[in-house]
Design a protein around this ligand. Structure first.
Ligand code: ADP
Ligand code: MG
Length: 275
């Protein structure tokens, strides 16, 4: 048994079963913004696509020990972590190997707890070993489905942060997601909170986008962050340079929005921790 300590990082799963809603973009840029304001942040790439890894400059040929080895129990989380160009921001990269993991560990009784155990084991080594980074936040970039990887992330997490694209079907996917969160709470992780919903790729010229924002706020109330991430071409260009938007163009509207989101996340953390 591990005893909770000050050293345990806050673990936030960035999840939505839909693809293309801004999970990876949010993990990278929220992670960068949190690091910029002094937090020590690890992004765990749990998507076999590895877009968070590429977007942070870790090329496919260059991944070495990845989250696959960590969840397979072959390596520690520290062995998979690497520094990025952003001070205080680390990434544990993923590879396509993750695609096979679900089948490989399907019959193991701890299959849903692999990430949780790896993070706890990491936290226990902090202090005893000075080379082990002492993370204050772990952001898990989830794949676009409710598979064992996402379940591992929700089992390990203190809370879930849901990027929601400002589009017509946004609410439909959200109710399904909320049901999954309830199931995980009942069976695997009673302490799981909803950190918040962040509306992404907002285009104010589009009436539908405004309607979606209003609907989501009506349905989810104050779980919706005040910060809305605008659609911004600089944000979509940045990954092809292997950089977060905040490094590529700090002044662009997208980067500024992610900085605002980071301060909201920290504010909410205080409320969640106090509860
Ligand atoms: P997911 O991880 O949910 O599949 P991504 O973060 O990869 O979604 O985003 C999907 C696509 O939308 C990517 O091409 C990304 O660059 C683009 N994108 C995400 N957020 C924005 C934004 N705020 N403005 C413009 N393009 C964006
Ligand atoms: Mg993604």
């Amino acid at each position: 048994m591990t005893t909770p300590s000050q050293k345990q990082p806050r673990v936030i799963a960035v999840a939505n079963q839909k693809g293309g809603v801004g999970k990876t973009t949010t993990a990278i840029n929220l992670g960068t913004a949190l690091a910029a304001i002094g937090e020590k942040v690890l992004i765990v790439d749990l998507d076999p696509q590895g877009n968070a890894s590429t977007g942070l400059g870790v090329g496919r040929k260059d991944r070495g020990i990845s989250t696959y080895e960590v969840l397979a129990g072959e390596n520690s989380l520290a062995e998979a972590c690497r520094e990025t160009a952003v001070p205080r921001l680390y990434i544990a990269p993923s590879t396509m190997d993750l695609l096979g993991l679900e089948l490989e560990i399907a019959s193991e009784s701890d299959r849903a707890h692999r990430l949780r155990s790896a993070i706890s084991a990491h936290a226990e080594r902090v202090g005893a070993d000075e080379t082990i980074p002492d993370f204050s936040y772990v952001l898990v970039d989830c794949p676009p489905s409710f598979n064992l990887l996402t379940i591992n992330s929700l089992t390990a997490a203190n809370s879930i942060l849901v990027p929601l694209q400002c589009e017509f079907f946004a609410l439909e996917g959200l109710s399904q997601l909320l049901q999954t969160v309830e199931q995980v709470k009942k069976s695997l992780n009673p302490g799981l909170d909803i950190h918040g919903i962040v509306l992404t790729m907002y285009d104010g010229r589009n009436n539908l986008a405004n309607q979606v924002v209003a609907d989501v706020k009506e349905y989810m109330g104050d779980k919706v962050y005040e910060t809305v991430i605008p659609r911004n071409v600089r944000v979509s260009e940045a990954p092809s340079y292997g950089k977060p938007a905040l490094l590529y163009d700090l002044k662009c509207t997208g980067s500024q929005a992610y900085l605002k989101l980071a301060s909201e996340v920290i504010q909410r953390e205080k409320t969640l921790r106090a509860a």
